[in-house]
Design a protein around this ligand. Sequence first.
Ligand code: ADP
Ligand code: MG
Length: 459
Amino acid sequence: KWTAFLREIERRINHESFSTWFKPVTLHACQGDTIYLRVPNRSYEDWITETYHEYVEEALKAVGCGGARLVFVYTESPEPKSANGLLDDESPKSGKDAFSFGVFDSELSEGLAGARIVDLEPLELPLNPKYTFDTFVVGSCNQFARAAAMAVADTPTRTYNPLFIYGGVGLGKTHLMHAIGHAIRNRDRHMRLVYISSEKFMNELINAIRYDKAQAFREKYRSIDVLLIDDIQFIAGKERTQEEFFHTFNALYDAQKQIVISSDCPPREIPTLEERLHSRFEWGLIADLQPPDLETKVAILKRKADLEKIDLSDNVALFIAGKIKSNIRELEGSLIRLVAYASLKQRPIDIELCKEVLNIEEEERPITIEMIQRVVSDHYGLRVADLKSKNNSRNIAVPRQVAMYLCKQLTNHSLPEIGRHFGNKHHTTVLHSCEKISRLYQTQNDFHRLINNLISSLK
Ligand code: ADP
Ligand code: MG
C-alpha cells in the first residue's frame, strides 16, 4: 500500500518535487487510522502539509485510506531553521484535519539533520537551444508579446521592467523567455542570467533553508543581471515563497536589473497572489499570447517540419492545423506522432495517415455556422435573424460577436465567409469581433465559462 500511495503522489506532482519531498519519506508505522511517516526534519512536514496536502489526501483516498490521519516523525534539527529570519515559523493552519503537526520523537534520532550539505545550484542556464527568436513564428496572436520580448532582449531594463508575459498552456511563453535569454547571452557572455520556473525557485528556496544556505540563496538571486521566472502562477498561495520572491524582486528592480515573468493568466487573476506582488507585476508591461489562428498554425507546422527536415505538404499542414484547436504544443505533438507513425509503417505523410494517427473520426459531426447561430441565439433568447441584422445595440452585437468568434474557432470558414453568413458583414468586422471575444475569454472568468458552455453544447 505504501508503494501504491507513493505512486499515486508521483502521478500527481512533477518529478522534481516528488524526488525532493517524497523520496526521503518512509513509512514508520501504522496504528489504527493513524499512519506514522518518518521524514528527515520539520521542513518536510511543513512543506508536505502546506503544499501537497490536497494530493496527499487524494492519494490516501485512492489507496483506500481516505480517513487516515498522518503523523510525521522526525528528529529535531539542532539549528532552528528560522534563525536567519528568512522564514517565520507559522503555526499550522487549521482545516487540514488529516494532519497532525510537530511530533518530535527523539527515539528515532539518527542524526539525520545536517548530515548532508548541498551547495546551491550554480548560476547556469538550462536554455533550450531550439527556443530562439529565429524559430518563433509570428502571427497576430503573438506579435505583441514577441515585440515586447525582443525589445527587452535588445535593451534590458531600458524598455519594460518587469515584462510580464501571459497566455494559455502551450502558447509560447517558455519559448519567448528562452529566446530573451539566448539573445542577451549572445550579445554579452558576462551577463548573469537566471532562467527558472517559480516551482524550482520554491524548491531551491526550501533546500536553502533546510541546509542553512538561505543567505547564499539570497545573494545568488540578488547578484544577477537578468531574472527570467517562468510560470509564476505556481507561487499562488505559497506565502513564504511569495515573501522571498517579493524581496528578490525589489532588490533586482532597485538595482535596475531586468525581470521577465510569465504566467498562465494576467496578474490580477492569479488567485491568492499578494496584492503587493500584483502591483509590482503591473509596474512594467503586460503582454499576452493568444491562441494561434489557422494561418499561424500552418506556418508553425511548416516551420517545424523544415527544421526537422520533414516533408510536409501544404494540404496536410492545413488539415492538422484545422483539427488542433488552440495549443501549439499539441500541434507539435501531432506532427511528431505523425512522423513516428509514418516511418514505423513506411507510409507517406498524407491526410489518410493524419486521420488514423490523430484519431479523427470521419463520422464526427462537423460544427456548422448554422448550428452555432442557433445555439448562440437560443442562449441569448434572440432569433437567428437578429444575428444577421444590422442592429448594433449591445444586446445583439455581443451575441453576434460571440457567434462569429465561435465560427472562427470551431469551423474552417474564412473571415469573409463568416461575414457573409452574418448578413454580409465585412471581414474586418469579423476579425475585430474575434479579437474582442478572445480577449474577454482570456481575461474574464464568467465569459470564459460562458464560451466553454456554448462550445460543449455544440459538441
Ligand atoms: P508555454 O510555456 O506557453 O506553455 P511553450 O513555450 O512551452 O508554451 O511552447 C510550446 C511549444 O510550442 C514549444 O515547443 C514551442 O517551441 C512551440 N511554440 C510556441 N509558440 C511558437 C511559435 N510562435 N513559433 C514556433 N513554435 C512555437
Ligand atoms: Mg511554459
